[in-house]
Design a binder for this molecule. Structure first.
Ligand code: PEP
Ligand code: MN
Length: 337
């Protein structure tokens, strides 16, 4: 059960609500987000919701039978729209492309990518500076200095910045340079990282774990939400199955499923999802048709020279053609279903 509190509820009314809940055997967690104040109630005996509604300070109450609560659509039917400012929105009714290299490699690469993306009308650029690599000997990113450079160049052209945070200790120093914090697949259940991101007023792009179920993904989102940050974007990026013909198996079933279960926006990452460049456009388009709110794409001027994930990265010509095709599909009115 989720109780939405009135905005200016006083301490006395809060106390009375808590007393009522404990008398019925509920364990109650108070949550304050950018959007409001709530009490998440777990366990407890059967209650008549009208009884709860009558309590002073209660604005609304919903029964939520899912294991995840605040991210459930049983409680909030209207889908979340995340406003990044300057007309950039992620969520219901729009399809947002976030594109850029797997790794930020240097100033020239950032400049040419920003210029290319701007010319294509793309407003969100991705690029990792802290790279989670399977081998410690692989390129691990340019770090905070790289992020400062990336952010300065991208923002000077009105581009929003999405980049991965690997560890909770990095959040503070990254904060001013980032518009969306990405949580990678390997960190999808790093609960201390998720807790910390719950205390931040910036959107979080949360990737599904390599072998994570959708329920686990939604519970990870619940960690962030219940610590106070509602601005969460779910990302299907492929899972590990017995199929070895491609890097991962992009589970597009996840898109309608997540959109039915949760009010959070859902984006698809076909680059990691299939891992083979020539298959990326087909899977990107399939992701849009499945109802996704956006696409995360790896793009590089010369993928053959990329320091990470070149095999799944589109060059500018391929990306440009795909952007055009996604635009055409968008016009068919498939969005926001
Ligand atoms: C990435 O986006 O470059 C990345 C490392 O993704 P994932 O965490 O999905 O592997
Ligand atoms: Mn990558």
């Amino acid at each position: 059960m989720i109780i939405t509190l009135e905005e200016n509820i006083d301490a006395g009314a809060r106390g009375a609500i808590n007393d009522f809940l404990s008398s019925r055997g509920f364990s109650a967690t108070a949550v304050k987000t950018q959007g409001g104040s709530y009490v998440v109630c777990i366990g407890g005996r059967e209650v008549d919701l009208r009884e709860v509604h009558q309590l002073a300070g209660v604005a609304d109450v919903h029964r939520v039978t899912d294991v995840f609560k605040l991210v459930s659509r049983k409680w909030r039917v209207r889908r979340l729209r995340i406003d990044l400012g300057d007309g950039v929105v992620v969520g219901e009714g729009s399809h947002t492309i976030m594109a850029g290299p797997c790794s930020i490699e240097g100033e020239q690469q950032v400049r040419e990518t920003v210029e290319f993306l701007s010319s294509q009308g793309i407003k969100v650029m991705r690029g990792g500076v802290f790279k989670p690599r399977s081998s410690p000997y692989s390129f691990r990113g340019l770090g905070l200095e790289g992020l400062q450079m990336f952010s300065e160049i991208a923002r000077s052209k009105g581009m929003k910045v999405v980049t991965e945070v690997l560890d909770a200790s990095q959040i503070g120093s990254m904060m001013q340079y980032v518009d969306i914090f990405q949580v990678g697949a390997r960190n999808s259940q790093n609960f201390s990282l998720l807790d910390e991101l719950g205390g931040v007023d910036k959107p979080v792009l949360l990737k599904r774990g390599l072998s994570g179920t959708l329920e686990e993904l939604l519970q990870s989102a619940e960690y962030i939400y219940s610590r106070g940050n509602e601005k969460i974007i779910l990302c299907e990026r492929g899972i590990r199955t017995y199929e070895r013909s491609y890097r991962n198996t992009l589970d597009l079933n996840a898109v309608p499923y997540l959109k039915e279960k949760s009010h959070l926006p859902v984006v698809v990452d076909p680059s990691h999802g299939v891992g083979i460049r020539r298959f990326v456009p087909a899977m990107a388009m399939a992701g849009l048709v499945a109802g996704s709110d956006g696409t995360l794409l790896e793009v590089h001027r010369c993928p053959e020279e990329a320091l990470s994930d070149g095999a799944q990265t589109l060059n500018f010509d391929e990306a440009s053609e795909l952007f055009r095709q996604l635009g055409e599909l968008g016009k068919l009115g498939l969005l926001g279903s």
